[in-house]
Each structure stands twice: as C-alpha cells, then as structure tokens.
Design a protein. Structure first.
Length: 187
C-alpha cells in the first residue's frame, strides 16, 4: 500500500474525494487487521469505519517523513482496543478458557500439525474467546510485548501471559481434535 503525500495533504484540507480515495486504498489493509480482532466481518467493518474516522481526525498528527502504513496500523489497533474495552464494559461477560493439561494428546501433536493448513489455523484462532484472541493477535501477529498489551487493554502482564497460554492450549486441543477426526475417518 503506497500513499501519495499529496493525497494526505488533500485529506488534511478536508477534500472529500481525497478522503474517499484514502479509504479505498487503505481498506484492504485495515480490514485485514480488523478481521483478526473482531467476532465477524460485520463487526470488523463497523470498527474499521470508526478507526478510519479517527485516522482522518488525527491525520494532522502524522509526520510525513514516517511511513504511513505503520501509523494507520497503530491508530486502527488502538481503535480496536478502545472498542473492545467499551464492549467489555457493556457486557461484563468474558468467558475464560479453563486450564487443562493432557500429556497423552501432546505426543500426537506433530502428526496433527502436518495435516493442518493455514486456513484451518485461522479458523481455530477465530474460535478463541474474544479477549484471548485479541491478546493472541497482539502478541504473535502484531509483535507487542506483554507489558504493552497489558497497558493497552488495561490488565496485568500476568493476565496477558495467561491469555497466551490459554490460546496455545485451546489451539492445540482444536488441532488434535481435528487430527483425531481425520484418523477415525481414514481407518
């Protein structure tokens, strides 16, 4: 995604055509971020629009000597976190995954991983509880540290680490369950 500095200048002047063009150019990139953090595509679109509004609102803080893509990524992730906090405050119904450990299943993990493709893994990630999925995405996909995640979302580093461990365990369970089903079907 390459954004012309003139397009940004025109957006700063309030030119609606330029703002629309910026939206069209940045939509695929921003949507890919939003889909990773939300329940479904409709929620992703909703947050994307909120985030794009914030991008336009704070565009005057963008320094043109910096790359634009990381800047809008940061604004969008902050928007996603802010919207998550709003939703959390409204519902107060976050479901946590219980701790578990079954050593017998771990011996089959390598064989199971050979049969899983990236699309299946993405679907498994989408099945994680919302808070766990967001921490997972921030940590593994976006590269944030536990301390940064804790500050962004508003909980302790320990809670961030717990969500990562929970996500790993839940993903292992889903992969192994998928593996068990394919082995049963092939026998």
């Amino acid at each position: 995604m390459i954004i012309d500095t003139q397009l940004i200048k025109d957006c700063l002047k309030g030119d609606r055509r330029s703002q629309n063009e910026l939206y069209k150019v940045s939509y695929p990139y921003l949507m890919s971020i939003c889909v990773r953090y939300t329940h479904n595509v409709d929620s992703a679109r909703e947050v994307l629009n909120i985030g794009f509004f914030r991008i336009l609102k704070y565009l005057d803080t963008y320094k043109t000597e910096q790359p634009f893509k990381p800047w809008i990524r940061r604004v969008m992730i902050n928007t996603l976190i802010k919207e998550y906090k709003k939703e959390k405050a409204q519902t107060l119904n976050i479901v946590y995954v219980e701790d578990y450990y079954d050593s017998e299943k771990y011996s089959e993990m390598n064989a199971a991983l050979e049969k899983v493709n990236s699309e299946q893994i993405l679907n498994y990630i989408k099945k994680l509880p919302l808070a766990t999925r967001q921490v997972f995405n921030l940590y593994f996909i976006d590269g944030y540290k536990h301390k940064e995640i804790a500050e962004m979302i508003g909980f302790s580093e320990g809670t961030s680490k717990w969500h990562i461990n929970s996500a790993k365990e839940k993903l292992k369970e889903m992969i192994l369950m998928s593996y068990d089903k394919t082995n049963i079907n092939h026998e």
